[in-house]
Design a protein. Sequence first.
Length: 476
Amino acid sequence: MSAAPAAPFLRKITPGGWTALAWLAGLLFTALLRVRLPGQEKAEVLAGVVILRWDGLTMLALATLLALRGSVLLARRPGAALHHLLGAAVIGSLPLGVTAIPLAQYLAVDVALYTIAVTRPHHESDRAVFLGLGTVAGYLAVRLACGWSVGTTTALAVGLTAAVAWLLGRAQRQTREHAEQTRLRIAEQAVTAERLRIAREMHDTVAHSIGIVALQAGAARRVIDNRPDQAREALAAIETASRETLAGLRRMLGVLRTADEEEGGATKHDHRGSIGFGTASVNSGAPSLSEVSPHSETSPSAETPPHPETSPSAETSPHPDTSPHSGPTALPKVPGLPEMPGLAALDRLAETTAAAGVRVAVRWIGAPRPLPPDIDLSAFRLIQESVTNVVRHSGADRCTVTVDHRDPEALALAVEDLGPTPGRERERSGGGSGYGLPGMRERVGLLHGDFTAGPRPDGGFRVTARLPLPAGVTPA
């Protein structure tokens, strides 16, 4: 979760820049062919008469201006750029006294054909390659019509290089399209997996709430005649649990239904079905920190963080026997982590992460308050996934988790690291699919929240989330 390294210098050169460099390299090669270099008895090519006169130099200058103009236009108007470059190749060949357009004068056209094949639609790239090959053939046809000799083999070589450049560009475009389709498909799978995971968690939340309702109802029935005060307390607990559960269901199902309608309704039935049968298992990648932990019978949905306001938790030192390069599957188990953890389990998460080689400092800002079960659980999952990404991908030896309760209408979360620590490598093998961010974004979106993730200006990575709270949730 650290910023990507700066692109190499060569990658910063634009396609237009490469085209201009190709033209200038072709001019230099043309000039070198016509002078005697050290170790040669004579020049490879005899300089023509025209090239040494003012009109020949004027044509070369005009061809260079056309080529440079085409290089500038290549990004914005590739069709016009190709016309300029083809004109430059023809005009630049006239004073050379050659029987076909030389390869050196066609290098810039080859670069342009490659660029157009990579960046433009298929019909436009097809038109470009036909125009490029047609120019080579047209040059020969004009010379034949005038009764002059033609360089057929030279023209075939130039046409072959143009076709190869175009084919390489087409292959590169297809590779990019396939990679983008794969990325989108995996991202969609990550979103779907996150929805199913949320559905299973909601299923467990409802089951837990129904269990509370059943227990409280039974207790109220037993004491309603002899202890009406206790019966009223039990009925109040039933009302609270049922209202919280119903509100969470309405929020989740409402957003899922809206998202399905925006996607065209094709998957609407599947999502609603997964809510009802939230026991299906989906393998969405390498296990997270909690997926290797034992279950507990106690739900933490009603727990509140026992930490004082703005008091950072103590950092736990790494386990002496644990390598900092341990993969995600080597993360130690979390003893006693509840089946549906909330923010109250952050200290235990910090201890587990420290054993994996990354120290976690938890900062609590604002007065703690009881949260709805779905928001409490989602907040923990967001922090858990972010911290897991720090362990897997950042190369950092510490990170900071901030839980901000100051906004009465929302819960703010932030997880950030300072980037790779010298001497500590990032995890590469077995590090998961790298699509945890779409899942987190989906989870926050289902709660009508805001999510951001990206590099920090001074290095490292930062993930933030803002989860709106329903009316009636106030600081304790």
